[in-house]
Design a binder for this molecule. Structure first.
Ligand code: TA6
Length: 280
């Protein structure tokens, strides 16, 4: 079942229910807010205090950071993580492939508004597949006559039982930039979180695993060379108006990205797809 809904403030959603799972997507940012397989806890974390209004970033789910990840490299006045996540997408297609799987295709094309942020003609397509596996694929097409460079991330917020129960495997020996110390380091073994963590791992190839007690979530990617691991911990959570003070205890971001040295150059007419899939 696919239902289109609108909040009292006009915020538009698509809600999905099939034999595998339920899901909820905001048209703004083609933003997956919720995915939950039947008889299991939600996969994604969404802040109880998140803004859900036009033009404001949503705290949780899978924000799409595009056409830049993090702060803009030249103009700090431009929105962090780009403008896609706060821009209304068009719903191009819905398809109930079978009783277990539903697909959505959403589109954002360059416009007067986007050209004011970023002077290139583009089309981005977001394909969301809600089934026994959740897949999000972000395809960028250069529709301009000049090349452009993007950094991007599928900024996934995972819901966890408690951050002390969690480990992340698959990044052993990977190089990372620690944004808290501005130092490049090497990962040794699994990642455990007991303080603020904000790291961009590079040259990432393997499947990652989020282990939360007896729950194992496999994170597979295509077209991604970076992985970002972020938990704001206590002090930063308290400073964020869209997070409960203790919310850091039940969330962890493991982001499928191309950031820093993994930026993607696209020639006119060229396209690139960044994809993540989650299976638990
Ligand atoms: O993904 C890590 C990060 O870049 C952190 O530095 C933190 O800023 C986080 O993204 C959230 O960014 P946002 O703009 O959504 O508050």
């Amino acid at each position: 079942m696919i239902t289109k809904t609108k909040s009292s403030t006009g915020f538009e959603y698509i809600e999905i229910e099939n034999n595998s799972a339920t899901a909820k997507i905001a048209l703004q940012g083609a933003h997956l807010l919720h995915y939950q397989q039947h008889d299991t806890p939600p996969l994604l974390w969404l802040s109880e205090k998140s803004h859900l209004e036009s033009g404001k970033a949503i705290r949780g789910g899978i924000p799409i950071c595009w056409p830049w990840f993090g702060k803009h490299s030249e103009d700090a006045a431009l929105p962090q993580h780009g403008f896609a996540r706060t821009t209304l997408f068009s719903l191009l297609e819905t398809k109930e492939t079978d009783e277990d799987t539903t697909e959505l295709l959403l589109q954002l094309r360059s416009s007067v508004e986007t050209l004011a942020f970023w002077p290139y003609e583009f089309e981005i397509l977001v394909q969301i597949t809600v089934g026994p596996t959740l897949t999000v694929a972000l395809t960028t097409r250069n529709c301009d006559t000049k090349p452009f460079t993007i950094t991007s991330a599928l900024h996934s917020y995972f819901s966890v039982s408690h951050i002390s129960n969690v480990s992340v495997q698959g990044l052993d020996k990977a190089e990372y930039w620690d944004s808290l110390t501005d130092k490049n380091k090497i990962q040794h073994g699994a990642i455990y979180i007991s303080e603020e963590v904000d790291r961009v791992y590079q040259k990432v190839k393997d499947e990652l695993t989020l282990q939360d007690r007896d729950r194992t979530i496999k994170i597979s990617t295509k077209g991604s060379s970076s992985a970002v691991v972020w938990n704001p911990w206590s002090d930063k959570s308290k400073r964020m108006d869209d997070m409960q003070a203790n919310a850091y205890e039940t969330m962890l971001c493991i982001e499928t990205a191309n950031a820093l040295a993994d930026a993607q150059d696209l020639a006119p007419g060229e396209e690139h797809t960044l994809q993540c899939s989650f299976c638990s």
